[in-house]
Design a protein around this ligand. Sequence first.
Ligand code: ADP
Length: 247
Amino acid sequence: MSDLILETRDLSKAFKGFVAVKDVNLRVARGSIHALIGPNGAGKTTCFNLLTKFLTPTSGRIFFNGTDITREAPAQVARRGIIRSFQISAIFPHLTALENVRVGLQRREGGTFRFWRSVSLLDRLNPRAMELLDEVGLAGFAATPAVQLPYGRKRALEIATTLAMEPELMLLDEPTQGMGHEDVDRVTQLIRKVGAGRTILMVEHNMKVVSSIASTITVLARGMVLAEGPYEAVSRNPEVMQAYMGT
Ligand code: ADP
């Protein structure tokens, strides 16, 4: 199998004539942590929406494991293993951390989520759910309702529910957004840990986080790829400095 898990070819998206993403060629290596960065309005969210098929491209192609998935529906793409981290709003606040992970496991099994099933009949999923909570450092919070978890722990729970769906490619949306230093450090460590043996594509603004964990960085500006490579190279790129770093 190729060492590219995801490849886009000349991917573009226009909204009523406004081109938000233009001819983007993104190449994500299997097993890497790849960061997508760029100023506000650069097209990062639109790219994520195109990859999960939440949006349909205006032109261009998306390949996953060498298969053209450009015309596939969101559910098909998710079944292939492209899983975007849930926003916190998508965590069920009154279910416990364990129950939330179980919902993810149940989704992976293809079952439609049913509250009554998830809370009463799915005890067989508990051991795997506990393992995942342990992996993200939440073993001690299994019985805590999600709503009571501190912010940083909620993001860890979001990662656990994403892992429950056995992503082959995990898309993380600004995983450290709105966090204090301590939580940023904890989530950075967590991403490094869960990234071992998995592939992660993340949108992230915090350059300290990006420089410490991403092996490849793609810089977008005005919908186009400005630079791609390891942090050391892209951070010295004069165009990047001008467009993104503001120097
Ligand atoms: P980023 O995530 O990098 O901040 P976005 O992908 O959200 O950038 O947006 C890229 C550009 O596309 C912005 O100028 C934004 O206003 C525009 N855009 C995004 N979604 C839509 C939409 N549904 N309709 C019209 N314009 C949009």
